[in-house]
Design a protein around this ligand. Structure first.
Ligand code: FAD
Ligand code: NAI
Length: 505
């Protein structure tokens, strides 16, 4: 009997789940009519369509402002699954969500300009924007005035001015980067398999070097080794014993932000996967075929040269030029090095009406999607409250003014004012931003992952195949939309059943 009830419940909850997803899809395809923005309201300009800005947009009551979004990228990118796109485990469009679709779901319409902000003038309250897309119209540059500005432009790749890095490396930040890596892996493999290729050249072409042992470098190295083991090796067996992956890290270990036990687990897993980790090795120069580094050995520093076919550079973040330019205009930012210093309400120090979120802001947290997302959500609440506060204050002003005009209704009007004042006190009481760390996850290859997860004020560290299932379900649930979720599941199934697609576009 208990079994029967168990089955019934499972059946009903599955139907409810499917109905819920179906309703979500229907809502997305048939959004309500949008209201036009009210020109008397303040203009809120939001720069960027990444984790910070999109989390803000998701929760912002757009009817309170004239909202304008400016970004050269007309989609949101789910970065945690980007390393999987470099090998075709996931197709790139599965983790992109068009910004137009996101904005169409809002109650009041939002303007979007596909452009890059090139400079911000906090005195004149103006953003200069440039259309850098391939198709150019008669106007490619203009100014956008703002009353309030939110900056969420993220960061660019750090190269530390090391010679040859920009010219010869692939990075891993955007969709285009992942596509280029995918193309280059197969280019190296096919060129190595070319008739009469010399053994030294085959070794060089099949040597895949990753610089930077942070989560980006580690996840990419794991994905690459999987690709080789599960697909390349089977399709082109003649080169199978020559393919090598080397991960170079300047510090004594990889994944410095994870717990010691998980660092050891990752390093031992990489050893089993035959990924060569070179720690205490600092890259100093890159040429078109070699990486030159300084390795700290037992007898001091020694120079090492790694010939490579593919080089992926993943050494973290640097400040974008538009942010550097703005920082130079604000005296209060002169000591900030890693981005815009913000206060506990994410207001850019030394400015009025400018906020910053995500990787371009320095709030004392790591530059992660989790932080950017929570900052965006916090700012949405703050801006919604500010709009409500202004509306309530205006109502109180109007009612106070009408008290003398309608002496007969004085008691009723006073009660109304009191009610608005009570609402105002509640709304005004916004606590400063506080980041709540949910944990860190990273895929390390061979269907294994590591996780440092916060659990009842403590920390649980785990690594292995079960953690991999947790990693998959966590990222699946975090995907932006039901569409993304279905596409990602489809890609996982497809690459498992038929293998990854090795054709080169
Ligand atoms: P972004 O998401 O980078 O968005 C910046 C936006 O600004 C983009 O839309 C961009 O086009 C736009 N922009 C750029 N320049 C301009 C300009 N001049 N004017 C206007 N707009 C501009 N974090 C995690 O917490 N968990 C993970 O698993 C994880 N995995 C990652 C995997 C990879 C491969 C990478 C690269 C990062 C990963 N991160 C992860 C980090 C996370 O992606 C970033 O911290 C996060 O994207 C920061 O959000 P953001 O909004 O500040 O910037
Ligand atoms: P990172 O800053 O975390 O790591 C870069 C690594 O490169 C450092 O360990 C550094 O010592 C090394 N390095 C720098 N210069 C070097 C040189 N010349 N030679 C050799 N090594 C050098 O950068 P990453 O991995 O790109 O991550 C950026 C941010 O995104 C981080 O905050 C990270 O937590 C987050 N992220 C999180 C992920 C996750 O949670 N799964 C996945 C990817 C990124």
């Amino acid at each position: 009997r208990a079994w029967r009830w168990g089955w019934r419940l499972t059946y009903l909850s599955s139907i409810a789940g499917v109905a819920w997803v179906g309703y979500g899809i229907y809502q997305d395809r048939h959004p309500d009519e949008q209201i036009e923005p009210d020109p008397s309201k303040k203009t809120l300009v939001i720069l960027g369509t990444g984790w910070g800005s999109v989390s803000l947009l998701k929760r912002l009551d757009t009817e309170n402002y004239n909202v304008i979004v400016i970004s050269p990228r007309n989609y949101f990118l789910f970065t945690p699954l980007l390393p999987s796109c470099t090998t075709g485990t996931i197709e790139h469009r599965s983790i992109m969500e068009p910004i137009r679709t996101i904005l169409r779901q809002k109650k009041a319409s939002v303007k979007y300009y596909e452009a890059e902000a090139t400079s911000i003038d906090p005195e004149r309250k103006i953003v200069r924007v440039t259309d850098n897309s391939e198709v150019k119209g008669a106007t490619t540059e203009t100014e956008v005035p703002y009353d309030m500005l939110v900056i969420g432009v993220g960061a660019e790749n750090a190269t530390f001015g090391i010679p040859g890095v920009r010219e010869n490396s692939c990075f891993l930040k955007e969709i285009g980067d992942a596509q280029l890596i995918r193309k280059k892996i197969m280019d190296c493999v096919e060129t190595a398999a070319f008739k009469d290729q010399s053994p030294e050249e085959i070794d060089r072409l099949l040597h895949m070097v990753v610089v930077g042992g942070g989560p980006t470098g580690v996840e990419f190295a794991g994905e690459l080794q999987d690709f080789f083991e599960e697909d390349i090796k089977k399709l082109i067996p003649e080169i199978s014993d020559r393919f090598r992956v080397t991960l170079i890290e300047a510090l004594p270990n990889v994944l410095p932000s994870f717990s010691k036990q998980l660092i050891e687990y990752t390093e031992s897993t990489f050893k089993e996967e035959k990924i060569d980790i070179k720690t205490k090795t600092m890259v100093k120069k890159v040429t078109d075929k070699t990486v030159e580094a300084e390795m700290q050995g037992p007898n001091g520093k020694e120079k090492v040269v790694f010939p490579y076919g593919l080089l992926v550079w993943a050494t973290g973040n640097a400040v974008r030029p538009v942010i550097r330019d703005l920082m130079a205009k604000i005296p209060a930012q002169k000591d900030s090095r890693r981005g815009l210093a913000v206060n506990e309400y994410l207001v850019v120090q030394g400015t009025r009406d400018i906020w910053a979120v995500g990787d371009c802001a320095v709030a004392g947290y790591a530059p992660t999607a989790q932080v950017a997302g929570q900052e965006g959500t916090f700012l949405a609440r703050l801006l919604n409250n500010m709009a409500k506060t202004e509306a309530l204050e205006e109502k109180i002003r109007d009612l106070s003014g009408s008290l003398n005009l309608k002496p007969g209704n004085a008691a009723e009007v006073s009660r109304e004012i009191e009610e608005y004042e009570r609402q105002l006190r509640r709304i005004k009481d916004v606590k400063p931003f506080h980041y709540s760390h949910q944990g860190s996850l990273a895929y390390i290859g061979s269907e294994k992952a590591v996780a440092d997860v916060s659990w009842f004020n403590g920390n649980v560290a785990s690594g292995g195949s079960l953690t991999y299932l947790f990693w998959r379900s966590a990222y699946l649930s975090m995907c932006f939309s039901s569409r993304n979720r279905l596409l990602v599941i489809n890609d996982w199934l497809k690459s498992k059943l038929f293998g990854r697609d090795v054709s080169r576009e």
